[in-house]
Design a protein around this ligand. Structure first.
Ligand code: GAP
Length: 467
């Protein structure tokens, strides 16, 4: 499936709409429709259940989007968080130099990256030299002449209060993570968690991306689900943080496969090489998904050492160290950071669920969501309109427990197919004969098989099916 087909499918089935559409849209902004917002909510809840509710070593936080600007100066985002930009002299297309090199290395098989390569900290001159040496061409017109590379800051600025001078300038957060670090001492004090423990947070983040695109893969406004898992530092327990990093890689991978139902063959790990690692990171791995445009990052799992807590402690002059009551040792913990984009996870879930089935002469689409993540769990469909009172009584019973759809318009077959298109795992057909015997027919989306179930047993039946 090409991405443009998914954009159109998601739009026509109530998952994701073009943002501000009635005013001609706002580039790369998207609104989540009735199905999309339920799906996103289910993914978020599944993540919270797996990584917070089911784990005694985890807790949740909801920090502000707007923070003291010093947070972003200390964390290097102000000044450091930027993309290297250049323009093609021939077609004037604006390009990200680092992405161009990455794509070149991947497609040409020439993955011998320059020694100086170090992600965001690579000086622009080194990128220019590499592009010239390899003769990399503009992907739009094939020319090899580019402007000088400039660093373009990704922070979204806004101003607070009535004046718009530099003193009132603040930023929209570009990640949720820093909210966890600056609240670390309060969380330790109030939650009484002992290292190792983690803090999870879901929330909006904003980046003034230069090359947004690929639908909701990269946007300027998005949601992150981030965890900061604090563990003993190298000086206290050598190698422990690396074990912890390996365990988080496994847990995130298993979550995608077992909880969300992503096919393992569409996923791979990509460990960052020493040249690519940030200077403070001991290890970083990405879980990548095979998108229609190629492999792309879905989930980053980084060992950030004690960099963030150390930097905030130095700058704020507050004590952000941890006192271990069992060993009487005081230290700044290391941190493992698994960070995934909620919108990106939703896109992956939709691409993974999309299927087509042959139905006579025509093909029809079906979304094979796992029942636990499906936006709607049960459709209630009276065989004929005059059974609407009976069908609505079943709707009232089930909607106490599950998100349900009610539809009485059109032939029953067509209504089944409509439910398949939005990924409803079970449809109930109400007919008078069965209803008189206090039972209904339940159709399974994936097999098309039908089963008679007592109305009194329906809630338990759907629970057992994982709804
Ligand atoms: N705190 C670490 C951090 O923010 P990141 O790799 O920049 O790391 C983490 O972002 C995850 O957030 C990515 O793996 C991706 O899923 C998601 N993400 C990042 N930028 C995004 C964007 N512009 N649009 C949508 N999702 C994005």
């Amino acid at each position: 499936m090409e991405m443009k087909d998914m954009v159109s499918y998601a739009g026509s089935h109530g998952f994701v709409y073009q943002g501000s559409e009635i005013y001609g849209g706002l580039a790369n902004s998207w609104d989540y429709g009735p199905m999309g917002s339920l799906l996103k909510e289910n993914l978020k809840n599944a993540w919270i259940k797996a990584f917070v509710q089911k784990r005694a070593d985890m807790t949740l936080l909801d920090s502000s989007i707007l923070m003291n600007p010093q947070v972003w100066i200390t964390s290097w985002h102000v000044g450091g968080f930027s993309d290297p930009l250049m323009d093609c002299r021939a077609c004037k297309q604006r390009l990200r130099a680092d992405k161009l090199i990455e794509e070149y290395a991947e497609t040409s098989g020439d993955d011998e990256m320059p020694k100086e390569w170090a992600g965001e900290s690579t000086p622009p001159e080194n990128l220019t030299q590499y592009i010239n040496e390899k003769g990399i061409k503009c992907p739009f017109c094939g020319a090899k002449e580019f402007t000088d590379i400039r660093k373009f800051g990704l922070m979204f600025k806004t101003s607070q209060g009535v004046t718009e001078d530099s003193a009132s300038q603040i930023y929209l957060r570009p990640e949720t993570a820093q909210g966890i670090f600056i609240n670390f001492a309060q969380i330790v004090r109030t939650s009484r968690r002992k290292v190792p423990f983690g803090v999870a947070q879901v929330g909006k983040a904003f980046r003034n991306e230069i090359t947004p695109g690929n639908f909701v893969f990269r946007t300027r406004e998005f949601e992150q689900m981030e965890i900061e898992y604090f563990c003993e530092p190298e000086s206290i327990a050598p190698g422990k943080h690396l074990e912890c990093h390996a365990k988080w890689k496994e847990d995130c991978w298993n979550f995608l496969i077992d909880t969300i139902g992503i096919r393992p063959e569409s996923l791979r790990f990509r460990d960052h090489g020493p040249d690519e690692l940030s200077f403070y990171s001991a290890a970083t791995s990405d879980i990548e998904y095979k998108f229609p445009f190629g492999w792309g990052e879905l989930w980053g799992i980084a060992d950030r050492t004690d960099y963030d807590l150390g930097a905030h402690m130095k700058e704020s002059k507050q004590d952000l160290s941890y006192f271990d009551p069992f060993t009487n040792q005081k230290y700044i913990p290391y941190v493992i950071e698994p960070s995934v984009g909620l919108n990106r996870l939703m896109l992956v879930t939709m691409l993974n669920a999309y299927d087509e089935v042959e139905s006579g002469e025509w093909k029809r689409a079906i979304l094979r969501f796992k029942p636990s993540v499906a936006p709607v769990k049960v459709a209630i469909l009276p065989l004929v309109k005059k059974l609407s009172t009976e069908a609505k009584s079943v709707y009232s019973l089930l909607s106490e427990h599950f998100v349900c759809e009610y539809d009485e318009a059109g032939a029953i077959g067509k209504r089944y197919y409509r439910m398949d298109e939005i990924g409803v795992p079970f449809s109930i057909c109400i007919d008078s004969e069965n209803f008189e015997q206090k039972q209904v027919t339940v159709r399974d989306r994936d097999t098309g098989t039908q089963e008679t179930v007592k109305i009194d047993d329906l809630v338990e039946f759907f629970r057992k099916k994982g709804c």
